[in-house]
Design a protein around this ligand. Structure first.
Ligand code: MGD
Ligand code: MGD
Ligand code: SF4
Ligand code: MO
Length: 717
């Protein structure tokens, strides 16, 4: 029997697993006995690998775009053709006409795609991570100079903004939460829904969707007004306190309570509980990433941690790591000429995620002796998706005509889904690197089959925020002709004339190169598994910001032309405002996660699908009664911008006047192609309801408001 260690990526829970392999027999177990919460999905490796729908041979569409007729071909021929078409686009329009969207989390490590792009000369990259922690990372960077991670082991007070964890949704954190609550920690949950986690909270703030930034500003008001802040830390380590105090004065608890729809006394009391804790944490959670006021909310959270003295106590700013080649160094950003960086889409309108922001840290990097790192949380140095898709549709400022979708179901993973379909339809070349014929792959010219996590040796991390590399060891052979992303990148690089930048014959040689500065080889790393390989912190405890301090008023935001301080703006909804009064009486929010699927993936798996067969939306029973909707009825949920069809689920936990719409639903068993609605994606996915017009984006980052709510109506079908 063989034992191998790796990380399960059937979701982003990041569970380390141990595989015991005995011929065909396979057991997937927790790698760490202290973390026994491996969910049943991890055991489905062979069912997933050998699923009859899995793409295991390179495919070319010999039909029309969007109405595919697939022809199998060899890898060599596919790579020859793709390289030639890529070159043709770059020659005709410039290399910036080639764009990539990638989910590095699904691949195990980042940086290699950017290396190819930097060789080619295109800055146009986007990642769904930009909607999920990538933008948090850029705001943390503006305030602290790097990402701050919560110390769960010591905490005595947890503030959750909409996190709802359980054994199948971030089980590691769920166990840490359980342990903290058992130790007597206080939980403050901010969530309009009465979730299972909210029921365990000592304080549950059922705010109005999307008003989180106002609440956080109210807390800052109380902390400053009642003198609850850590004067020594503020005076010694922060800039901008006076400006902050003036801004916070605009958010007294009574005003905040009215904005959020809660009691002012609750705002005061929870601010005091947080500020007086010994080791409070505000862990990352996704609802802060996708609101109209995201930057302000994330900034206000950063400010609270600093004001109350938790930074580098219970919230560690670990700073960049040295030793071993990190993702940014692998990406070789120095190869991308400045005139090409200047062309990065979205750089003018929504610069916080782009080179325009990361370049503002250059002096701080030099001061602290740390490498230039544009891509703090792998792939957060990105175009905002709206700007990229607009350019792909031909709306300027220049054409983008070739598109690679790498482990990203692009069509379904942003706002304005119809606009993304149009963007892909307008390309000269679309390539999808996938496991399935997803709605995105259905619009491709070529679908290239990837290996999956159990089939690949991988040296991580997907993100550069932490100081460790982790190893993942393959324990199954790739199905059919599936290949690694490095194989594809190298194949294209060789054909495009960048061979000397990719001197490693295979990923093992690449990993040896990445590990050499640590005095290790890939084999050594495997021998040490399951231990992570720690890298050295370059500036531990220091703030790699322009001022070298925690910036309560951000000089980076100011430099980019934005308000340096957080604020709360009421989102607009022009479509609803133009409609007759009362036309959209509900507020819908998107993205709620089911247990048996992962974002857009896993709907193919029969055992999982049997448990979650149809896309459901949640509605309060009183609202359902008013609309004449019973349990389990097909309904149409509609905004002023689009509609989806979903099954009703009557749920007391859902506040009256609100609708919860799921993310990621398509039905792989139904007809493919644009005319048929891309296997249900255009009928069911949340991206149909939310526009990506500027008024629905966070201004600094251009990330869509998918969590803060939009006006909607509902009717039985
Ligand atoms: N409309 C809308 N958009 C959203 C969100 C939302 O709620 N609503 N949520 C946002 C959030 S939080 C996130 S994290 C992102 C997620 O965005 P994505 O990561 O793009 O979404 P997934 O559906 O998890 O995965 C994308 C594709 O990767 C494929 N895949 C899975 N594993 C592998 C692999 O090993 N190799 C390859 N090549 N492909 C693989 C799957 O088949 C799937 O089609 O979406 C964001 N976008
Ligand atoms: N099984 C499974 N696990 C997953 C995933 C999956 O698809 N399946 N997806 C993974 C991914 S990519 C992510 S990002 C995480 C997301 O996981 P979570 O962070 O748990 O996020 P959600 O499930 O999207 O929403 C959680 C809560 O946010 C609340 N919420 C919505 N809008 C607002 C708002 O404006 N303010 C506040 N305060 N609360 C709001 C909702 O009411 C809901 O209760 O889960 C990960 N884990
Ligand atoms: S929660 Fe389940 S699916 Fe997600 S990483 Fe952990 S074991 Fe894998
Ligand atoms: Mo996410």
């Amino acid at each position: 029997m063989e034992t191998k260690y790796t990380t399960c990526v059937f979701c982003d829970g990041g569970c380390r697993v141990k595989a015991e392999v005995d011929g065909d027999r396979l057991r997937v177990l927790p790698a760490d006995p202290a973390f026994p919460a491996i969910c049943p999905k991890a055991g489905m490796v062979d069912a997933y690998r050998l699923h009859p729908d899995r793409v295991t041979v390179p495919l070319k569409n010999v039909g029309e775009r969007g109405e595919p007729q697939w022809q199998e071909m060899s890898w060599d021929q596919a790579l020859d053709e793709i390289a030639a078409r890529l070159r043709a686009v770059a020659d005709a329009y410039g290399p910036e006409a080639v764009a990539f969207a990638e989910m590095p989390l699904n691949m195990g490590f980042g940086g290699i795609t950017r290396r190819l792009m930097n060789c080619l000369g295109t800055p146009n990259y986007t990642a769904p991570v930009a909607l999920c922690m990538g933008n948090t990372a850029q705001v943390h960077r503006a305030v602290y100079g790097w990402f701050a991670g919560a110390d769960w082991e010591r905490t005595d007070c947890i503030v959750y903004f909409g996190q709802d964890r359980d054994r199948e949704r971030w089980p590691g954190e769920y166990l840490a939460l359980n342990a903290a609550l058992e130790r007597g920690a206080v939980l403050i949950e901010v969530d309009p829904r009465e979730t299972a986690t909210a029921k365990r909270a000592h304080y549950h703030l059922r705010i109005r969707y999307g008003t989180d930034a106002a609440l956080a500003l109210g807390w800052i008001n109380v902390v400053i007004g009642e003198g609850l802040y850590d004067r020594a830390f503020v005076e010694g380590s922060c800039t901008g306190f006076d400006e902050l105090a003036a801004r916070a004065a605009e958010y007294p608890p009574e005003r905040v309570a009215a904005l959020c729809g809660i009691d002012a006394e609750l705002v005061r009391e929870t601010a005091r509980v947080y500020a007086r804790a010994q080791a409070a944490i505000i862990p990352w959670g996704v609802v802060g990433d996708m609101q109209r006021n995201s930057t302000s909310l994330l900034q206000a959270q950063c400010i609270l941690r600093a004001l109350c003295g938790f930074v580098n106590k219970s919230e560690s700013v670990c700073g960049p790591a040295l030793g071993g080649v990190g993702n940014a160094e692998l990406a070789a950003f120095e190869l991308l000429p400045s005139e090409k960086r200047a062309l990065q889409l979205g750089r003018g309108a929504h610069p916080l995620l782009t080179f325009a922001a990361s370049d503002l840290y250059r002096q701080a990097n030099e001061r602290e002796g740390v490498p230039y790192e544009p891509d703090l949380l792998a792939e957060s140095c990105a175009c905002d998706p709206a700007s990229l898709f607009a350019a792909m549709r031909g709306e300027g400022p220049y054409p983008v005509k070739a598109f690679f979708s790498v482990a990203n179901n692009t069509v379904m993973s942003y706002a304005n889904q119809q606009g993304i379909v149009d963007a892909l339809m307008n390309q000269d070349l679309v390539v999808a690197f996938e496991h399935w014929l997803t709605p995105t792959a259905q619009l491709a010219d070529y679908v290239l089959p990837d290996d999956m996590w159990a089939e690949r040796d991988v040296l991580g991390s997907p993100f550069d925020v932490g100081p460790a590399f982790s190893t993942g060891q393959a324990f199954r052979r790739p199905a059919g002709q599936c290949k690694s992303w490095y194989y594809v990148v190298k194949g294209l690089a060789d054909r495009l004339g960048f061979a000397e930048r990719f001197p490693w014959a295979n990923e093992h040689e690449l990993y040896d190169w990445r590990l050499a500065p640590l005095g290790l080889t890939w084999e050594d790393a495997c021998a040490r598994a399951p231990e992570p390989l720690l890298r050295e912190l370059a500036a531990p405890g220091r703030f790699v910001t322009p001022s070298g301090k925690v910036e309560l008023a951000s000089s980076v935001l100011a430099e980019l032309g934005f308000d340096p301080l957080p604020s709360y703006e009421e989102p607009s909804d022009p479509g609803c405002e133009a409609a007759p009064e009362g036309a959209y009486p509900y507020v819908a929010f998107a993205g709620f996660r089911e247990r048996k699927s992962y974002n857009t993936n896993l709907h193919q798996m029969p055992e999982l699908r049997a448990q979650e067969p149809e896309p459901r939306f949640f509605v309060n029973p009183a609202d359902a009664a008013a609309e004449g909707i019973g349990e389990g009825a097909w309904c149409v949920v509609e905004t002023a911008y689009g509609q989806v069809e979903l099954l009703s689920h009557l749920d007391e936990a859902q506040p009256e006047g609100t609708l919860r719409v799921p993310h990621g639903w398509w039905k792989p068993e139904t007809a493919p192609g644009v005319a048929a609605g891309l296997s249900g994606a255009c009928l069911h996915n949340d991206g149909m309801l939310f526009p990506d017009a500027d008024w629905n984006l966070d201004p600094a980052q251009g990330v869509p408001n998918l969590r803060g709510g939009i006006h909607a109506r509902v009717r039985a079908k």
